[in-house]
Design a protein around this ligand. Structure first.
Ligand SMILES: Cc1ncc(COP(=O)(O)O)c(C=O)c1O
Length: 371
């Protein structure tokens, strides 16, 4: 069979999403004394205690297809955000919603605009649909460059993808910058405002209140994968105008998210105390990492998410550093695929994981100075 002939060019060109190494892989490869997985922006504190029982209870319904509109959960999310139920759509994570958006709204020849360094899952899903993406360089503060994005919009632009806070930089557009982008976009351009790290940023008084400032062309994405600690369940939601939601729900796979995922999310929403503890712990972890980096003259970007970007001199240095840290059991994420090959993203973990990072960091640098 001529495999090449059956594949469209965009799929042949596509670089798929490469996930970070799992704990089991690192254990079997290097057998380190301790493993700290600081690579995938998960919640290292786990999830709310309430989730376990809710998931066990949901297993009695596992032979039945899930509620396709996730009615109970949708109602709760709508209420919490002051929107109508018809303005909320649940799916198997915000990456699934990005895929839905790419499939639902694009006509051939239309393109998207985003930053040159942002969530790689967007680049992958746009590539699957064959969408050409205009990647605008981040500004000097590692933020989305609103003026340059607005300048590059034309009649064929269908969408601007914004991650706010951004991954892998942890930076966000403050209220005025966000409003400038919102007001500057013509009606035919959708603004996808991916707020995967919303819970970490919301306490910052400059963070935009995107739900109350919503326009008809805006789709807000949120997820249970980060602060809620439910990445393994695959569940997230969109808030948008009901017409956009109804078109997106035609494209979404009918029965996502699963019944246990819906139950887990409902229970997790009821435990806001867990969210406060997680967010506080990340905020303390970020501060202690900044001090450590300052003491060791390491460059970094200050963040409002659950990760911090460390800036090195070159891609080679980044490869070297991550590999040596991996052998000591610290799993980190190089972010070349996200557009920053000389940088490393460090998820903020629990205190002992951050200590493991710092001790290993010193070991790596001491041995490289001697060598
Ligand atoms: C900005 C951003 N959006 C979306 C996602 C994916 O989230 P989910 O697990 O809900 O698919 C991530 C995960 O890293 C992310 O950083």
């Amino acid at each position: 069979m001529n495999f090449d002939s059956i594949l469209p060019d965009n799929i042949k060109r596509l670089k798929g999403y490469v996930a970070g190494k799992t704990i089991a892989e690192v254990q079997s490869l290097y057998k380190p004394k301790q493993i700290s997985k600081l690579a995938s922006n998960e919640n290292r504190m786990g999830c709310s205690e309430r989730v376990k029982q809710a998931v066990l209870d949901s297993l009695s319904e596992i032979q039945d297809y899930p509620d396709p509109v996730a009615g109970k959960l949708r109602k709760k999310i709508a209420k919490m955000n002051g929107v109508k139920e018809s303005e909320v759509l649940l799916a198997a994570g915000s990456e699934s919603l990005i895929s839905v958006i790419c499939r639902a709204f694009f006509k051939d020849g239309e393109h998207a605009i985003t930053a040159d360094a942002t969530f790689v899952g967007f680049f992958v899903q746009a590539g699957v649909r064959g969408i050409s993406v205009n990647r605008i360089p981040l500004d000097q503060n590692y933020k989305f460059d609103v003026d340059a994005i607005l300048d590059s919009v034309n009649d064929d632009t269908k969408m601007v993808y914004l991650a706010n806070p951004n991954n892998p930089t942890g930076t966000f557009l403050v209220r005025d910058e966000y409003l400038k982008l919102l007001k500057g976009l013509p009606d035919h351009v959708l603004l996808i405002n991916d707020e995967a790290y919303f819970e970490y940023a919301i306490s910052n008084p400059d963070y935009p209140d995107s739900v109350s400032q919503r326009r008809d062309n805006v789709v807000i994405l949120r997820t249970f994968s980060k602060a809620y600690g439910l990445a393994g369940f695959r569940i997230g939601y969109a808030i948008a105008h009901e017409r956009l939601i109804s078109e997106m729900s035609k494209v979404r796979l009918t029965f996502e998210p699963t019944t246990p995922a819906q139950a887990a999310a409902l229970a997790a929403l009821d435990d806001q105390e867990f969210i406060s503890r997680s967010v506080d712990s990340v905020s303390r972890g970020r501060e202690s990492l900044y001090s450590f980096f300052d003491r060791n003259s390491v460059k970094y970007v200050e963040s409002d998410s659950n990760s911090v970007l460390m800036i090195l001199e070159s891609e080679e240095e980044a490869i070297n550093f991550t590999e040596r840290m991996l052998k000591l059991g610290v799993i980190l994420r190089r972010v070349g695929a996200f557009g920053l090959p000389h940088c490393i993203r460090i998820t903020i973990g629990k205190e002992q994981e951050m200590e493991h990072f710092m001790e290993s960091f010193l070991t790596v640098f001491e041995t490289s100075e001697k060598g």
